[in-house]
Design a protein around this ligand. Structure first.
Ligand code: HEM
Length: 465
């Protein structure tokens, strides 16, 4: 029994490999050391343990409520420049539990249904900007949909100039931080140098300041003119109270809004990009899904849409083969614990490796193959399949993201005929602090005449190729 083995290379080399080629690094370590190894991912903290076997993940994620493991917030300090010090991600212990309780209600299953019409309309608006023969940058299109969806869900549907400006600023900030340089600035403090607006960090700080001004102005307006009729997430958060009757301060509201906007935008856009890639790479999968959608009487019938087995399987397989969050957030060993054949001392940092768990050959034969059928053939446990993590930090937006993926894909497949613009295989790349896809372009072949269905908003402009 010992500390799990790991690379002997210098910390800086391991960190740079993690930033530039996280997938290759994880695969090499798994080949060399198996399903439990250590990696140096920080200059501040000692090497961290990564586990990917279902039994180890079960132990980790079912006793991270202070039993064997804690979920301290300070280990997520890498997110602080983006999200602030009060973000739920940066909190641990009781403050973390309290904040999750305040944030969960807008994300309960029933609420999701009220967002579905919005998601469908936004998708149709974006499709409405496409024309036959045009090459679509899929990630940009999906970003545009997911950004508008999360902004509208968070702030309400009114499309004022304040939101348009916020949309532009957020997109700019996230794109800047999505590069390797952007990610490096989060990993290495020494790169955070404000040498004016032309320097990368200075530019980031100025953009963030403008975003903050907009968010604080919105909060002040809402406090001055409360409207309890509104159903958006900000309204719900502003009326939320903990057991002592205390609500969220302006700073807490700002940080949680940023958390939802950042966590809810890029992740879903990337997942949708991958789904669109595979659906157009594999015609059989597309045909199968389309015929399932065609049998649906009404695309707006959310309950029926959510129950479609093949649509569900396509979304699940997308997040299996390309989990956008490749690791869970870190947990810390509380009492000496035996896990994955090792005994870990208190204080050891340990993470679930979602990427490797989803490539486990014994659970997913031929794991590199995109095969939605696997989700029809058997059920996977929450420790074999965990794109949204689990335990005390399980993704707050899980239902929202799954819902959005289904609504957006159903609309696009039902309304547009697309084909891959080139035969170059897409590959996973790092995007900021999450996994992304290399560029995917689809060509618009034509629009599918919509069979009479209620609310065919776009039917006037739909035409055959
Ligand atoms: C496909 C889309 C998404 C994926 C793959 C994803 C994945 C994840 C993962 C892996 C975690 C860490 C869980 C853990 O450590 O156990 C997480 C946490 C989180 N996610 Fe998501 N997420 C997605 C979409 C969203 C959306 C739409 C929102 C909100 C609108 C959101 C908000 C959050 C928050 C706030 C946390 C932190 C929870 C905490 O610290 O307690 N995510 N997500």
């Amino acid at each position: 029994m010992s500390f799990p083995p790991g690379l002997k290379a210098p910390v800086i080399w391991q960190m740079l490999s993690w930033i530039v080629q996280p997938f290759t690094l994880m695969e090499r370590c798994a080949q060399r050391y198996g399903d439990c190894f250590s990696l140096a991912l920080s200059t501040k903290f000692p090497p961290m343990v990564l586990v990917s076997a279902p039994e180890a993940l079960q132990h980790l994620l079912s006793s991270d409520n202070g039993k064997d493991f804690d979920v301290p917030g300070e280990l997520n300090e890498i997110f602080e420049p983006l999200l602030g010090s009060q973000s739920v991600l940066g909190l641990g212990g009781e403050p973390h539990r309290r904040m999750r309780q305040l944030m969960m209600p807008p994300f309960h299953g029933e609420r999701m249904r009220s967002y579905s019409q919005l998601m469908g309309e936004i998708t149709q608006t974006v499709i409405g900007t496409w024309s036959v023969g045009q090459n679509i940058d899929v990630h940009a299109a999906m970003q545009s949909i997911s950004m508008r969806v999360i902004l509208s869900a968070v702030f309400g549907v009114e499309v004022g100039s304040r939101y348009q400006r916020l949309e532009q600023l957020l997109a700019k900030m996230l794109n800047d931080m999505g590069s390797s340089l952007g990610a490096s600035m989060l990993y290495f403090r020494s790169l955070r140098q404000d040498w004016g607006s032309w320097s990368p960090w200075g530019n980031f700080l100025r953009t963030r300041e403008q975003i903050d001004q907009i968010i604080y102005a919105e909060i002040a307006d809402r406090r001055a003119h409360p409207n309890p009729e509104r159903q958006d997430i900000l309204t719900l958060l502003m009326s939320a109270q903990d057991e002592t009757g205390a609500g969220l301060t302006d700073e807490e509201l700002r940080d949680e809004l940023m958390t939802l906007l950042v966590a809810g935008h890029e992740t879903t856009a990337t997942a949708l990009t991958w789904a669109m890639y595979w659906l157009h790479k594999l015609p059989d999968v597309r045909t199968h899904l389309r015929s399932e959608l065609q049998n649906l009487e009404d695309l707006e019938d959310v309950n029926a849409l959510l129950r479609l087995p093949y649509l569900n399987a396509v979304c699940s397989e997308t997040l299996r083969i390309h989990p956008v969050g490749i690791l869970t957030f870190p947990r810390v060993v509380r009492t000496p614990v035996a896990i994955a054949g090792h005994t870990l001392d208190p204080g050891t940092i340990i993470l679930g490796c979602i990427y490797l768990a989803h490539r486990c050959e014994s659970v997913y034969p031929q794991p590199e193959q995109f095969r939605p059928e696997r989700f029809l053939e058997r059920q996977f446990s929450p420790y074999e399949y965990l794109p949204f993590g689990g335990g005390a930090r399980r993704c707050i937006g899980m239902a929202f993201a799954q819902f959005e993926m289904k609504v957006v894909l159903a609309h696009i497949l039902s309304e547009v005929e697309l084909s891959l613009a080139n035969s170059k295989p897409a590959r996973p790349i790092r995007r900021g602090l999450t996994a992304g896809a290399s560029p995917v372009h689809l060509r618009v072949e034509g629009f599918i005449p919509v069979i009479p269905r209620p609310r065919t908003v776009t039917s006037a402009r739909l035409h055959s190729p």
